[in-house]
Design a binder for this molecule. Structure first.
Ligand code: ZN
Length: 128
């Protein structure tokens, strides 16, 4: 199942951008249609990967994946027009059906929603 290895890669990227000590609420992703990601399998994989993290590193336990599904970037071989469509089987405005995908394999971590919690181990002086 390729969702599991994707989830590991996404976590590696997200980890680099997480502020130290922050709890991650959501990881926002953009995914192109060529990635052929199964939405349900992806959520399951994300949960599995997060639960497998070191319990000391609890910042991922409540995180969710928010996936923005990108449309197909299409290209007309007859008139060179480019556009995006939710479906691969699309017809060009010129009437041509000689339409091919031009990419669509993007997979990017766009942003993280985090709760910052700063751990302080410091006695408070009694000023009374
Ligand atoms: Zn065309």
């Amino acid at each position: 199942m390729h969702e599991l290895s994707l989830a590991r890669s996404i976590l590696e990227v997200a980890r680099r951008y997480r502020p130290p000590g922050a709890r991650v609420r959501a990881v926002h992703l953009q995914a192109g249609p060529l990635q052929a990601i199964d939405a349900q399998a992806m959520q399951w994989a994300w949960q599995a990967v997060c639960e497998a993290q070191d319990p000391e590193d609890s910042g991922w336990a409540e995180s969710r994946l928010q996936i923005e599904w990108l449309p197909w970037p299409l290209h007309c071989r007859d008139c060179d027009q480019r556009w995006t469509s939710s479906q691969l089987e699309d017809r060009c405005r010129c009437g041509s059906t000689r339409v091919a995908p031009a990419g669509g394999d993007a997979l990017q971590v766009m942003s993280l929603d985090v709760d910052l919690q700063v751990t302080v181990h410091s006695p408070v002086e009694d000023f009374a």
